[in-house]
Design a protein around this ligand. Sequence first.
Ligand SMILES: [Zn+2]
Length: 442
Amino acid sequence: MPDSALTLVIRGGTVVGPEGLTRADVAIGGGTVVGLADAIEPPPGATVLDAGGCLVGPGLVDLHTHLRQPGREEAETIESGARAAALGGYTAIVAMPNTEPPIDSAGVVREILDFAAGGAAEVAVAGAITMGRAGQALAPLGELAALGVTLFTDDGAGVQDGALMRRALDYAKGLGVTLAQHCEDACLAAGGAMHEGAWSSRLGIPGMPAAAEEAMVARDIALVRLTGSRVHFLHLSTAGSVDLVRRAKAEGLPVTAEAAPHHMLLTHAAVAGYDPVFKVNPPLRTDEDVAAVVAGLCDGTIDAVATDHAPHAPEAKDVTFDQAPPGMLGLQTALPIAWEVLSPHLSPERVFALMSTQPAAIARLTATDPRLAGQTAHGGPVEVGGAANLCVFDPAATTVVDPGRLASRSRNTPYAGRTFAGAVRHTVLRGEPVVVDAVAQR
Ligand SMILES: [Zn+2]
């Protein structure tokens, strides 16, 4: 290894590998990990990042980010969302298609990839399953797949028409892409603003029953069995959904699932003050549901932690609970929350698998793809020859959530004033430090 190739050394950390933890410095050059060894001597001019006490893992990958561009740039832009992602330890995020216009044409895909070039995190794009996400006619899945789109979803709504979903699954199978479902039976959920249960009755807020989610999870599992096509279940939130997916996996069906940090931590009791910051879809559920989601993450039923980062500008969100749009910020708090909830049960390797390796595999971001603005490989492993997309996390530090200091253009975090164990110290994208000592560099 010629020293001249080495431009960055991450010093003094513990590397999180699939087989365990190794104390090593990480040498990086040309966007690639070029050395893993004790006490690497940086050549003159190389940047050194201190990782003392830190875990050095693969950069995180978010399967579920709402960037709001095009259409709602006052809430978030691709640039601000990518910066929030980098500060949260993410090196790649999948942009959801419920923009205005929605991502149902090649033109919008190209526009987003162009805007994302040179940002603080790589942005992949999920396409819509149906035109305009209206649930009536299929979007041109083949045309979008040819641009490198591998995930399709009408997220924000589920595909209600089972026959249309079946056709989409047949089509997706031929294209080798994955459909991701926002599981919600619109008729069962109609008019609801929170979870239907003891708290909705007490507060007088119309509820959405757990059955509205579970009915669609069950239907789609039946359609997977029928078509042999794969489905990814977005933001599972109920014990019944987790159980359905667990049984589908035991049967050998090609399903994967994700859960959001707020469904691992918060319950419907948070709505007691009618603060719209706690309005989200799927809604915050019961203690039993939260425990089931955590158990599903621990036993492998749920494959990924995904943020469902959903920025809303104050003028939209700071209204009455029933009028407010659903959604919460998530990118800058996901890893500390996952660490706090999961690290008592799981090794650091497993936490990074849930937040990086497995979501990268689901979105097929594990290899370079020249179609996607030269997208590099995400999800690790951190090894010599691997892409230098890295997250340096200090488990002994704390993250104090100050809404005014978040990189997002919006302020709708449900964690204002809370402190979580652990903090992202540095993020490295394509071998370049994009976050240094918790400060964004782009
Ligand atoms: Zn959704």
